[in-house]
Design a protein around this ligand. Structure first.
Ligand code: LMR
Length: 391
């Protein structure tokens, strides 16, 4: 069956992971895939996670199935974390999924089944797996203007003009915070305007929340999605615990749907899980539930998360300063204003190749840099290389 098949090309992030692993240079610098690294260059298991795992190990007596939507306690904890008090619990349906990607997939497939005519509007640019999943499902998609490379900010007028073309039932895919790949986030006024547009047109916001706590802080990062939840009858959310709990390989994600038809939505989500993978993974979800349900563990986790956020902010500032010194200009000043792990630094694909080949510095082909991959040791070298290659 497979003899004549050409396997699909891995996307640019996955391809880069392979290239980095195959590079024998010992001083190579990985600024590619979105994984947090400490100033020591490692991705340790968070202490709160370790403690929660110990407790689970000691107390858990069975690994039998939980439920098609996963553990209800986990879903409730995720609802509180993301939506706070913005909407009552009886207006939020939820289901566990394998990671944030699983949640994105479940939301899109659900919408495709219920409304095959819906167009999904994605920001230009966006995470490459968004269009890949949409295309795989055979959904219609359109791009809306988002990033303005000349300012390093958002093209607000272009975005709102494009989104005015979204019709009733269309999905508008938004990054809840820490926009991937640009690092340029929507401001409260933007969320307000988008809420008003959705109320007017009947388009439905779909918020991908993969980095809560990495931008301006846990609460501030959720302000946009909470505003939508308060203002609109229906909001779709895909959330990930990969980054903020460091649970990458455990695959912990959640679909949340703000709706007046909670029971029906939960039935649909349970059916969708059953057909795609039956029961969502439990271990990582249980770790999250343990942490969020315990005051001391929760405080420890919040502290660790805030430490990661500050370290990334520190990397941004240090790189911006080093680049100002290396280039004698403020050209890269936007780096310090961006939020989260990523920034588009304005390199062409050829410049990205040169950074990799001549300097061992790995960026995604569109010029996306993971600032969490920088360390105090590598920042001067990266700044010099960027100044030289992007001159
Ligand atoms: C990224 O954008 O690098 C991360 O979200 C990892 C991934 O799955 O692509």
């Amino acid at each position: 069956m497979f003899e004549t098949v050409t396997p699909p090309e891995p996307d640019k992030i996955i391809r880069l992971m392979g290239m980095f692993a195959a590079d024998a240079r010992t001083d190579k610098v990985d600024l590619g895939v979105g994984v947090y690294r400490s100033p020591a260059g490692t991705t340790p298991v968070m202490e709160a996670v370790k403690k929660a795992e110990h407790r689970i190990w000691a107390a858990q007596e069975s690994k039998t199935y939980v439920g098609l939507r996963g553990d209800l306690g986990f879903l409730d904890a995720m609802r509180r974390l993301i939506l706070g008090e913005s909407v009552p619990a009886d207006r939020v349906a939820g289901a566990g999924t394998p990671g944030g990607t699983g949640a994105v997939r479940q939301v899109l497939e659900t919408v495709h089944r219920l409304n095959p005519q819906a167009t999904v509007w994605i920001s230009d640019p966006t995470w490459p797996n968004h269009p890949a999943i949409i295309d795989h499902l055979g959904q219609k998609r359109r791009s809306y203007r988002y990033y303005d490379a000349t300012t390093g900010g958002i093209d607000r007028a272009g975005m709102m003009a494009d989104l005015a073309g979204a019709g009733r039932g269309d999905l508008i895919l938004l990054h809840g915070c820490c926009h991937n790949p640009t690092g340029a986030d929507l401001l409260p006024d933007d969320w307000q305007e988008i809420a008003a547009l959705c109320a007017r047109t009947g388009a439905i916001p779909f918020v991908d929340m993969a980095y809560q706590g990495f931008g301006a802080g846990l609460e501030a990062d959720a302000a946009g999605v909470r505003l939508l939840a308060t203002a609109l009858p229906e909001v779709l959310i895909a959330a990930s615990c990969s980054k903020n709990f460091g649970l990458y390989r455990e695959r912990v994600g959640t679909v949340l749907i703000v709706t007046e038809a909670k029971a029906a939505a939960e039935g649909v989500l349970a059916g969708m899980n059953r057909q795609n993978f039956a029961f969502p993974p439990d271990h990582g979800a249980r770790v999250v539930q343990e942490i969020l349900g315990d005051e001391a563990l929760g405080a420890l986790w919040r502290g660790e998360l805030e430490g990661m956020r500050r370290a990334m902010e520190g990397n941004r500032r240090a790189l911006a300063v080093a680049l100002r010194a290396a280039t004698g200009s403020d050209r890269f000043g936007f780096l310090a204003a961006h939020r989260g792990m990523f920034s588009l630094i304005g390199a062409t694909p050829a410049q990205v190749d040169r950074l990799r080949e001549d300097h061992g510095i790995y960026l995604v082909g569109d010029g996306r840099m993971n600032v969490a991959g920088l360390t105090p040791e590598t920042i001067p070298r990266v700044a010099r290389a960027l100044a030289e290659v992007l001159a």
